[in-house]
Design a protein around this ligand. Sequence first.
Ligand code: PLP
Length: 386
Amino acid sequence: MRRFYFDHNATTPVSQPVLEVLVSALLEVPGNASSIHQDGQLAKQRLEAARREMAALLGCEPKELVFTSGGTEADNLAILGSVQANGSPHKHVITTAIEHPAVLNPCRELERTGMDVTYVRPASDGLIDPDDIRRALKPETMLVSVMHANNETGTLQPIAEISALAHEAGALMHSDGVQAAGKIPVDVEALGVDLYSISGHKFYAPKGIGALYVKNGTKLRPIQFGGKHERERRPGTENVPSAVAMEKAAAFARDTLPIETARLEALRDRLETGILARVPDSGVNGAGERTPNTTNIYFDGLEGEALVISLDLKGFAVSSGSACSSGAVEPSHVLLAMGLAPERARASLRFSLGASNNAEQVDALIDAVVQSAAQLRKLSPTYTSA
Ligand code: PLP
């Protein structure tokens, strides 16, 4: 059966050019970037070229980038590493209730060690109000961490405004840019952040490579201990082939961004309009500026998981924001924080588009959603209206 992938916020497949660069780097750049012989020097040169391209993607200096194993590590390093370097006597961190677990869980870890953490909630449109950040700031606040783009709704947060507030209060500013980099133009200087996390597998690079932007002068302690790699911020033999593959993916993203943004936005709007016109009691979760490829839609009276499975059987990969914990399906913490009733949050799906999608696939997905929603609603004990 033909399969169509609409889950690019979960991960993207490596593109053919990225795959070719990866394989050739694996075969032709076998050295360790710390070795002084020629093989080592070649690896080092390739690593630094990759760092320059990644810096161009984010608008920073190459030496401000630390390669990591992905977004989760970059977030952990930003939060735990900056708290360890700057924590005392500051004892307060601000983040939001809609962050990815890669930010929420290091913050919960900080709470276990006695740090005070404030989780600012969004408005019903998914936006964090800078005034709520302002109200949460205290003299003891050392770090504010607010994601750039939400993984479930695509909502873009007013990072520049929040950074300015954090700095006025003497705090550092981190943003999780995992769902933004490669999808929208990012300029860390314009955003005013001190720390910014990215992940390669969200923009067609392999899984297991990412980076943390650390603004010059920002104090950061490593959170793992070993060799003196990455300016003593992240030990471990560098993953040169994956860094080189991410360089290729970043260059492609930079070259194609304006055209791809317009194309994906048009497809996303076509999907949204098509579903909303043909499926009664459905609607979009969140509002305001979003990443061009993402929409989150509720289907009242349905279980998101059942709809995901039904669409999967028809050949479409989509996602529900719910998480399985202790055997029970928990509604998305993002949608709950936006004030959705648990039943509506459970009845929501995320569609995230990408390079392989086209209008024909979108139309086929709309038909499949219309069919699946009607079939499942017939069996739903809670769905009454139509
Ligand atoms: N932050 C956000 C917003 C994400 O969407 C993800 C992955 O889904 C991560 C962090 C974690 O990134 P990685 O999978 O590279 O560890």
